[in-house]
Ligand binder design. Structure first.
Ligand code: CTP
Length: 406
């Protein structure tokens, strides 16, 4: 999503300017073309050469240095970019933009741009909570400017409180959200992800290869599109998506309890988790000792089919989406699951492919809807697959609403 994006990164005079370097580096790593604009005060904290080296582009700071031919520097740069990010943003730049002042390159460029602007403020707690800064922030929000609010913690001046510039990875997530249309606003999306673990004894368990990546990508994508997201996750190595309510579970039974509690308030449920179909009939309270028991018999019983239960209880207007992990007869098997579990949509996954399915960062799926639309999603990053799956869900819900009203 960041790949090939033209981004203007404004750096203002704060000690957090060094975090601007981390942000620039990560944006470049993700494939963006980053143009840094520094204020005079920013150059007291860090040199333009650092940003030039990291981004591979010249750094701009002087008001009149970019006049080439008929192009006016601040306007041509502002027009080319998809977004302007000011990180760190001081109280001074917020005050200038809120009050229509343009006395240097950065403030002039912000005034001259039509692209979205995202501020990530960084300042001392007292400054951040001051009436002047807070009223400027309110005014800027009302005017359509975007904010990544500062975090709380120990500030560079030694004080504890809110004022630290948001973590660069969170700012990147916010950039993606700002650039994504809010077509899921008002929806409550419940996503399940990852494997479940079914214990044999306190140290041994039965599980599967699910990494959780597909479910987490779906949760993130839904957040970016403006949805409220609840993620019910089995054990994974992934960080919880910022902006989601994450409920961590272990076994299929724990997942069932969490999902069935949240489900009545969800408008969309996406079951990307690889739920264990069977669990040991008994869980030993203490570790089974090899010398005492030899090879123990492993007797299994079926777990509750969460998706099937959801299908049976589905309230009107809820869209239920299942995943089908298949190794053969993929479409036929997936369709049987869609009908038998009363789903609206099924996402069929060939888990024998090395470049798709469980552990891969990429996936290739087929989305099938109950009104008989088939959408093939070729091999791409799971983040993009998630976007396409959500496109299909949004369109399906629009079709259902239109059909209801006709
Ligand atoms: N699922 C579930 N509860 C279970 C088993 C599966 O909610 N106990 C859900 C999965 O989250 C997925 C869908 O059902 O969305 C299909 O899972 P899959 O393992 O492909 O199919 P199964 O129904 O278990 O059938 P089979 O294993 O025989 O293919």
């Amino acid at each position: 999503m960041i790949r090939d994006l033209e981004i203007i990164l404004g750096i203002t005079g704060s000690i957090a300017a060094y975090k601007g370097v981390i942000l620039a580096r990560e944006l470049v790593r993700q494939g963006a073309n980053v143009h840094v604009v520094m204020t005079a005060n920013a150059k007291e904290f860090i040199t333009p050469l650092t940003f030039q080296t990291v981004t591979g582009n010249p750094v701009t700071s002087e008001m009149f240095e970019l006049l080439t031919g008929s192009e006016i520097g601040h306007i041509s740069l502002a027009d080319r970019a998809r977004i302007t990010v000011v990180a760190p943003a001081t109280g001074n730049i917020l005050g200038k933009v809120a009050n229509g002042l343009a006395d240097d390159f950065l403030s002039t460029m912000i005034m001259a741009t039509k692209v979205p602007v995202l501020f990530a403020p960084a300042m001392n707690t007292v400054m951040w909570s001051s009436p002047a800064v807070q009223s400027n922030v309110r005014r800027l929000v009302a005017a359509g400017y975007n904010f990544m609010d500062p975090e709380s913690g120990e500030l560079a001046c030694g004080v504890m409180g809110q004022g630290k510039m948001a973590d660069p990875m969170r700012i990147i997530e916010k950039i993606k959200a700002v650039l994504t249309p809010n077509d899921m606003e008002g929806e409550h999306v419940l996503v399940t992800a990852g494997p479940t673990v079914e214990h044999i004894d306190p140290v041994r368990f039965v599980s599967n290869h699910s990494s959780g990546k597909m479910g987490y990508a779906l949760a993130l994508s839904a957040i970016r599109r403006g949805a409220k997201v609840t993620l019910v996750s089995g054990p994974t190595l992934l960080s919880p998506p910022v902006g989601a309510t994450t409920i961590n579970v272990g076994s299929a039974e724990e997942m069932a309890n969490a999902v069935l509690e949240v489900a009545p308030t969800a408008s969309v449920i996406i079951k990307a988790a690889a739920v264990a179909d069977w669990r040991p009939t008994a869980r030993a309270a203490a570790k089974i000792k090899k010398a005492e028991s030899g090879v123990p018999p492993l007797e299994l019983e079926e777990t509750r089919d969460i998706l099937k239960t959801l299908g049976e209880r589905k309230p009107e207007g809820q869209t239920l989406v299942g995943f089908a992990a298949e190794t053969n007869n993929i479409e036929e098997n997936a369709k049987i699951k869609m009908v038998s579990k009363k789903l609206d949509i099924i996402v069929a996954n060939d888990v024998t492919r090395k470049d798709a399915g469980f552990h891969a960062d990429t996936n290739a799926v087929k989305v099938m809807t109950s009104d008989d639309k088939h959408i093939g999603i070729p091999l791409m990053e799971k983040e993009k697959v998630a976007d396409r799956v959500l496109d299909a869900i949004v369109k399906y819900r629009r079709r259902m609403k239109a059909a209801k009203h006709s």
